[in-house]
Ligand binder design. Structure first.
Ligand SMILES: [Zn+2]
Ligand SMILES: [Zn+2]
Ligand SMILES: [Zn+2]
Length: 399
């Protein structure tokens, strides 16, 4: 997070919605409001990645765009893991892969054969989160001079406590989904018992220090709680490199950003986001203003896929999506003023939203991409899929 960006937003605790982001000062269109790295992330095996998981570096989530010759495969662990460099592989082995691979061997077989890659993805994600916690404890025991062990692309300022402090929607999760989560919780419980616990013990650290929040139930209950927290707070990383620009965005990795979760949803958001790859790796998430934002306004993003959240996407579809994936009934300003045939009673708001969509959603030659400022604050927005550019100009005054 840059300090300049910090100044634009603050977290306010709302009595019903919990923690939310608000603008501390007027924010201009295109301005970066927050930049954040994942606490933890893994390449996806689910969806289109079933056959393409070798395109993402396991160690730093870098997209391997132009593999030269044979990909750099894991030498010791899963042969289906690839890395951007041997250095990245060595670090990943030391921090994570030497623990996860012997235990989860089956989950690292060719993903196309897996019954449900969806569940495998979050099991891998959360087992890594548990290993990050292991290193937090080991490093704090060793003192401040200890090198912090985690991926180069992971946020060094977040901790396992920030993951444990997230909200979960366990009580409103559909029974079928909950039944599947329970099976996964038993697997994670075993990982804690058989891998994390002995490793801590061998270093003289009591396992009772593992959780940062009070333990009211069993280890299994805590694992299930963690899955439910992850499920409503996880972000997908998307590009258009496999299915192309005319296909729905393609999720190539999933990650938990514990500082990004305080953006609530609106079907007419004032903040957009995109991912940037840097020298540290992939997954640097940048949030930027889609229009001028007034001091005191809540900052809102859309949880509904962008390509379908344009003016033509009916309210009923959006709400069904949000209910299914995020377990809430959307009552945002746009939903309140729109009926299910997309007729909006608030003409000024509808017009404003159409104008934002024209800038944000590409649609050129049926491109499914969205645009983001070329550089922070730039009024030139570039499509992340096709590279097409538009000038957004300033928002009309008096919004
Ligand atoms: Zn890498
Ligand atoms: Zn809505
Ligand atoms: Zn485009």
């Amino acid at each position: 997070m840059s300090s300049a960006a910090d100044a634009a937003v603050k977290i306010v605790v709302h009595p019903v919605k919990g923690r939310c982001y608000y603008a501390t000062r007027p924010i201009r269109i295109s301005e970066t409001v927050l930049q954040t790295r994942p606490f933890i992330g893994v390449p996806a095996y689910n969806g289109i990645m079933k056959e393409h998981c070798e395109r993402v570096c396991m160690g730093c989530l870098r997209w391997l765009d132009h593999p030269v010759g044979e990909p750099i495969r894991s030498a010791l662990g899963s042969p289906f893991h690839v890395y951007c460099s041997r250095e990245c592989e060595a670090r990943d082995w030391e921090c994570y892969h030497r623990f996860e691979y012997p235990f989860f061997k089956d989950l690292f077989q060719p993903p196309a054969s897996l019954a449900s890659a969806y569940h495998v993805d979050y099991i891998r994600l959360l087992s890594r989160a548990m290993l990050r916690r292991l290193w937090e404890l080991v490093d704090s025991q060793a003192g401040t001079s200890a090198p912090r062990r985690h991926g180069p692309h992971e946020d060094p300022h977040t901790s396992f406590a920030s993951l444990e402090n997230l909200c979960s929607n366990e009580s409103s999760t559909e029974p079928e989904a909950l039944a599947a989560f329970k099976k996964s919780a038993a697997i994670l419980e075993a990982f804690l018992t058989k891998v994390v616990h002995p490793e801590l013990e061998s270093r003289g650290i009591p396992f009772s220090e593992f959780w940062t929040t009070p333990v009211n139930g069993t280890l299994y209950d805590k694992a299930l709680e963690l899955i439910c927290k992850e499920e409503v707070n996880v972000f997908g990383l998307y590009n258009f490199k496999i299915g192309g620009i005319h296909s729905e965005r393609q999720c190539y990795a999933s990650a938990v950003y514990t500082t990004a979760v305080f953006f609530n949803h609106s079907c007419a958001p004032n903040v957009g986001h995109h991912y940037i790859e840097t020298a540290e790796g992939g997954g640097l998430m940048t949030f930027f203003a889609l229009r001028d934002i007034q001091e005191g306004e809540e900052l809102l993003i859309s949880y509904v896929p962008l390509s379908t959240s344009s003016g033509t996407n009916p309210r009923a579809n959006r709400r069904a999506f949000l209910k299914h994936y995020f377990q809430f009934d959307c009552d945002c300003a746009r939903c309140e003023s729109e009926d299910d045939s997309a007729v909006n009673s608030n003409q000024a708001a509808a017009q404003e939203w159409r104008r934002i969509c024209e800038a944000y959603i590409c649609g050129i030659d049926s491109c499914r991409g969205w645009r983001a400022p070329r550089t922070p604050g730039s009024l030139e927005w570039v499509c992340v899929a096709c590279g097409g550019v538009v000038s957004v100009g300033q928002s009309p005054a008096g919004h």
